[in-house]
Design a binder for this molecule. Structure first.
Ligand SMILES: [Zn+2]
Length: 370
């Protein structure tokens, strides 16, 4: 893997390349854009290039060599001059023993893994790089703690904040960084990629549309599908349930969503043994809530554009049934409620309660059950 292998982010990488070739690289960057479109991969590959001992230049495109001691260490995740900063480092801070899975980025992580480390000179390469993941989870006091280093980092330092929600960063943070925007990846390109991974055209189209232009997310689902999670079959069953259930069945249907989630999480955990079980459960529940959101989007879309272009174009009958149960306004209201459920999930509210409340609410709207 190197910079040239990153999928469909030529514009963002081009900006960095031009800055490098004209010697105008900034010290502090924000990589902004939706989840799963290559921001983190680009940051790591960019760091690899900046740290590389023998960078390769070809047609005005610089890339890491992949062979030197520095490149090898970046690939092994053991480079002493590359620090990845993420909220789960909390348990490795001085006072963080046994503290796991924080919701926000803890200030101690920023202080101990970034602020206190910036001034020490690099030990292996000429540069030192910090990559802060999920920067939208930096609360104002963590951002204030960062301000000074963002403003005047030592010349050998590069700091990259990665965020999917630029609005969550304070104006004072943004003004001290150069912002590189990462654009969405086109649906056709994602579908093509998923078929290369072995999915049928029908499945590839569904996952590409559900991912909302997030190639990383779509590929992750494709991998799960290939691992016998039956993600696609489950979504079909859940959409069918959603289109037909009655108010009195709400808790039962919530149980079916939870059971599907449990099966998916079990396989997902095996694929990612280093990710905590609660994070995997949260990702699975997010996927399941996205299935419901997609159905509500389709109810709204059906009114405007017809079945073509809906996310669940493979379940026409069920989307039509949902359309007869919800007006477009009700579907829009449902979507805003579902987004609230996603927020509760992030805030670690009990998942069973979230699903039960969600399905009771959805049935409440249902004209057929009144
Ligand atoms: Zn190298």
């Amino acid at each position: 893997m190197s910079l040239k292998d990153i999928f469909c982010q030529d514009k963002a990488i081009g900006l960095l390349q031009r800055a490098r070739s004209t010697d105008k690289l900034a010290n502090s960057y924000i990589f902004a854009g939706n989840d799963g479109i290559g921001k983190h991969k680009t940051a790591v590959e960019w760091a690899k290039l900046l740290l590389c001992k023998n960078p390769i230049e070809e047609n005005n495109f610089a890339d890491s060599c992949g062979q030197c001691s520095s490149c090898k260490m970046v690939e092994a995740n053991s480079h002493p001059d590359l620090q990845l900063v993420y909220k789960e480092l909390l348990e490795f801070t001085k006072k963080g023993k046994n503290k796991k899975n924080p919701v926000q980025m803890p200030i101690d992580v920023i202080r101990e893994f970034l602020v206190e480390k910036v001034s020490a000179k690099p030990t292996h390469s000429a540069k030192k790089i910090f990559i802060v993941n999920e920067a939208e989870k930096l609360n104002p006091s963590s951002q204030n703690c960062l301000l000074k280093v963002l403003e005047e980092p030592p010349a050998f330092c590069t700091i990259i904040l990665i965020t999917s929600r630029l609005d969550n960063l304070l104006p004072t943070t943004k003004s001290r960084c150069q912002i590189i925007r990462f654009g969405p990846v086109s649906e056709d390109k994602i579908i093509h990629k998923l078929t290369l991974l072995g999915l049928t055209a029908e499945k590839a189209t569904y996952f590409a549309r559900l991912s909302q232009a997030s190639i990383g997310q779509a590929c992750c689902w494709a991998t799960l599908e290939n691992e016998e999670t039956q993600l696609y079959q489950k979504k079909k069953e859940l959409i069918h349930l959603l289109a037909t259930y009655k108010y009195q069945d709400s808790l039962d249907v919530a149980g079916k969503f939870m059971a599907a989630g449990k099966q998916i999480s079990a396989i997902w955990s095996k694929l990612e043994p280093n990710t905590s079980k609660s994070d995997i459960n949260r990702r699975t529940s997010t996927f399941l809530i996205w299935i419901i959101i997609s159905a509500m989007h389709d109810v709204m879309k059906l009114e405007m554009t017809g079945l073509e272009g809906t996310i669940n174009s493979d379940q026409k009958q069920q989307i039509k049934a949902l359309k007869s149960r919800f007006t477009p306004d009700q579907a829009a209201e449902n979507i805003s409620q579902l987004y609230k459920s996603l927020k509760w999930l992030e805030a670690s509210v009990n998942e069973k309660l979230i699903f039960e409340q969600m399905l009771l609410n959805l049935a409440d709207f249902d004209k057929m059950t009144v």
